[in-house]
Design a protein around this ligand. Structure first.
Ligand SMILES: *Cc1c(COP(=O)(O)O)cnc(C)c1O
Length: 391
């Protein structure tokens, strides 16, 4: 059980506003703020290098914290400045040549699709889409039929940016591994709201962000690189943190996941990110998942009962993202109207998830993503605010 009063007291932004945008950029809790602000103040007192040395042990411990959060080993964790940076570092290291194939799902995110299509064109690889099944999640049988030895990578979005769908991961990973393909899981919308454990899911690479459901600072991301796939990857953008210059013509790259990190980083934000992960672990990911799911389901039910409102979520298993449209409203207008009533939602547009939105004939959606710190009564108030727009 999550103590709602305690988590709300920890969340300075949770007071007046009905905050339904944890899929966009959530409200950080007090321990995250304290770390970030405290460290910036310390940097101002003693300089960034001394301040970082003082926190050396805590920064090192961060790899263990994320290993625990993501079901991996500390040497399988790298910190970056966004999910996209993590994803690009991993993708760029996957060898890809002429005739090779990359598979994506129908809910592929534009931030992944663009670099995949860009690189495929450069090297002469092809990109194919794994169809979804009738319920909306990736169709594992259809995947089996698409797979052959030329498939080098399956890019799998766990929870899409534009809906509550949760894709099956384990089954996809097993099928992909049958032909030796690597599986890169985009866990941007699942980390912090659902348990995401590399060893249980069986994926090779995971990218995720700090600012969404995990409630960390902006400009933070994490990458998981499993030990057993290290030797198959070719890291390219390396610096003096990724390796050592040991002779005039000789370098030695790190063997662990930190080869994908660069030396310079916002130490304050890193400390904040680690605090966010500890906070989530203390509450428990199963408890968080239950609370988020309950709020999202309450919101869906409330919205479904309203005339002119269409809930657009697909998939058999659904998590914390709720998407909908309201007759007679464009989504940006509706978002702003709700903001005037202190209800924060965001919008999702066709270009972010082009394949899925085109298939469903949708141009744009309102996206509401209630975290565990939102009171159930606030969910009902948000539904009432939407119902006033209908009139
Ligand atoms: C937000 C999002 C990303 C990108 O995360 P950044 O931290 O902004 O790079 C990637 N994938 C999905 C599914 C997302 O929703």
């Amino acid at each position: 059980m999550i103590d709602l009063n305690a988590v709300r007291a920890d969340t300075p932004g949770a007071g007046r506003r009905i905050f339904l945008d944890s899929a966009g950029s959530s409200l950080p809790p007090r321990p995250v703020l304290d770390e970030v602000i405290g460290h910036l103040e310390r940097e101002a007192e003693v300089g960034g290098y001394v301040a970082a040395r003082e926190r050396h042990d805590d920064l090192e411990a961060g790899y263990g914290v994320f290993a625990e959060l993501l079901g991996a080993e500390p040497d399988e964790i790298a910190f970056t400045d966004s999910a996209t940076r993590s994803w690009l570092a991993a993708f760029d290291a996957v060898p890809l040549g002429e005739g090779d194939r990359v598979l994506v799902t129908e809910v592929e995110y534009a931030g992944n699709a663009i670099p995949i299509l860009h690189r495929a064109r450069q090297v002469g690889a092809t990109v194919d889409t794994i169809p979804s099944d009738a319920a909306g999640q990736v169709d594992v049988e259809a995947l089996q039929e698409l797979l052959d030895e030329r498939v080098k990578l399956v890019s799998l979005v766990h929870v899409p940016t534009n809906g509550g769908l949760v894709n099956p991961v384990k089954e996809v990973a097993e099928a992909a591994h049958g032909v030796g393909a690597l599986v890169l899981l985009d866990a941007c919308q699942s980390i912090g709201q659902l348990p995401v454990r590399a060893e249980e899911l069986g994926v090779d690479l995971i990218s995720a962000t700090g600012r969404k459901w995990l409630r960390g600072p902006r400009g933070t991301g994490v990458l998981v690189v499993r030990r057993d796939v290290r030797s198959r990857l070719r890291p390219r953008l390396v610096d003096l943190h990724s390796g050592e210059w040991v002779g005039p013509r000789e370098i030695k790259l790190r063997e662990d996941a930190r080869v994908y990190e660069l030396w310079e980083t916002s130490v304050a934000d890193r400390l904040g990110l680690i605090a966010a992960a500890r906070y989530a672990l203390d509450l428990g990911l199963d408890a968080i998942a239950r609370e988020v799911r309950a709020r999202a389901e309450r919101l869906r039910q409330g919205l479904r009962a309203l005339p002119g409102v269409e809930v657009r979520d697909i998939g058999e298993q659904q998590a914390g993202i709720v998407t909908f449209t309201v007759e007679g409203w464009d989504v940006v207008g509706l978002r702003d109207r709700l903001a005037a009533e202190d209800v924060t939602v965001s919008t999702s547009h066709r270009g972010s998830t082009l394949l899925d939105m085109t298939k469903r004939g949708l141009g744009e959606l309102v996206r509401a993503s209630p975290h565990y710190f939102v009171e159930p009564a606030q969910v009902d108030q948000a539904v009432e605010a939407v119902s006033r727009c209908g009139r």
